[in-house]
Write a protein that binds this ligand. Structure first.
Ligand SMILES: CC(C)(COP(=O)(O)OP(=O)(O)OC[C@H]1O[C@@H](n2cnc3c(N)ncnc32)[C@H](O)[C@@H]1OP(=O)(O)O)[C@@H](O)C(=O)NCCC(=O)NCCS
Length: 331
């Protein structure tokens, strides 16, 4: 499903937070049968951050939100809705959004979570756009945060080398000029759900001593299959978003793909014919931080002064579900 906008929403502040603890590939060599060489050449990842024992997803979210609010020149009381995209909530109920609302002291504004795998933050942009443009909300805090290392199987070398923890947040408001979200495209294929999932802990396989022994509360993934679908869907979604915005591939100033694997990132860039210097990547520093990866990229580009008025950015993600989505955005 695609959409082109006349009225638009825009990002008025960005923020991020990563835990202090760094886990390098060399550290991982001591945990599972792997090597820095394998991880670097197959994924591009050199190190990732690990939340401390007393940090949950809302804690990372709150830190990132404070920075985003400050960069927007706002206080927590100025926002009127909190949306948290995450696959690693503090608790199944209540939502991480409610823990964040409490932590920020944001008053009794509504708060909820979006679950769409690594695509959750872009899904959140599309949901927030609808809520702002239909007049229901004026200022939305959209967070993408994960503590994936808590649902990682540290005995499984196929997955444990990939993930990291990070929080990110943006403030969204209606745009009063030409800048903002130009178009979007989103999709999902539930038939492929069991290629990337956490089987246990829900109502299908409730938590039990047996489910824990079998590591069912961890991420299970068929990496090769995920890889192929990710490359195909991220390319398609980006092209659809561009088309809806009336833009060509050549118009892209920056492509911010979800940071899952440097080979997926490179393949998406090649498919869109975007030169490598315009394809954002920070996977070497943080690994796959799921929903946090794109807003974190946006924040880094903004901080480096690369987002000028008029800069065209395409953001695209793929994740569990499978889900995929892209947004074309004029800074
Ligand atoms: C996971 C991924 C890095 C694996 O890379 P790959 O090139 O597809 O590797 P394969 O799965 O084919 O495995 C190749 C070999 O490396 C081995 N291997 C897997 N993980 C390893 C590790 N950490 N260290 C060393 N060897 C490893 C496998 O066991 C396999 O060995 P075998 O041939 O003896 O069976 C890659 O498939 C990937 O990134 N997939 C997408 C993951 C993703 O993006 N997930 C989140 C989506 S949002």
């Amino acid at each position: 499903m695609k959409k082109k906008n006349k009225r638009r929403i825009k990002i008025t502040g960005t923020g991020f937070y990563v835990p202090d603890k760094v886990l390098t590939n060399l550290d991982l060599e001591k945990i599972v049968d792997t090597s820095d060489e394998w991880i670097t050449s197959r994924t591009g990842i050199k190190e990732r951050r690990i939340a401390s024992d007393d940090q949950a997803t809302s804690d990372l979210s709150i830190e990132a939100s404070r920075m985003a609010l400050e960069n927007a020149g706002l206080k927590a009381k100025d926002i009127d809705l909190i949306i948290v995209a995450t696959s690693s909530p503090d608790t199944i109920l209540p939502s991480t959004g409610c823990w964040v609302q409490k932590g920020l002291g944001a008053g009794n504004i509504p708060a909820f979570d979006i679950s769409a795998g690594c695509t959750g933050w872009i899904y959140g942009m599309i949901v927030a756009e609808g809520l702002i443009l239909n007049g229901a909300h004026k200022r939305i805090l959209l967070i993408g945060s994960e503590v994936l290392t808590r649902i990682t199987n540290w005995k499984d070398r196929n997955t444990c080398v990939l993930f990291g923890d990070a929080g990110s947040a943006v403030v969204l408001e209606e745009s009063d000029d030409e800048s903002g979200m130009l178009s979007s495209y989103w999709g999902a294929d539930g038939n492929l759900g069991n290629l990337l999932y956490m089987p246990g802990g829900g109502t299908r396989i409730p938590a039990s001593a047996e489910s824990v022994t079998q590591d069912l509360h961890c991420i299970h993934m068929k990496g090769n299959d995920v890889f192929k679908h990710a490359v195909k869907r991220m390319g398609e979604a980006s092209l659809e978003a561009l088309k809806s915005a009336g833009l060509e591939k050549e118009d892209i100033d920056y492509l911010i793909p979800h940071q899952a694997n440097s080979r997926i990132i490179d393949a998406t860039g090649r498919r869109l014919k975007v030169p490598s210097e315009k394809v954002f990547t920070n996977i070497h520093k943080y690994g796959n931080v799921s929903v946090a990866s794109i807003p974190l990229g946006l924040h880094e580009l903004w901080e480096e002064g690369k987002l000028k008025k008029g800069t065209i950015v395409v953001m695209v993600a793929f994740g569990a579900g499978f889900t995929w989505a892209a947004v074309a955005y004029r800074w």
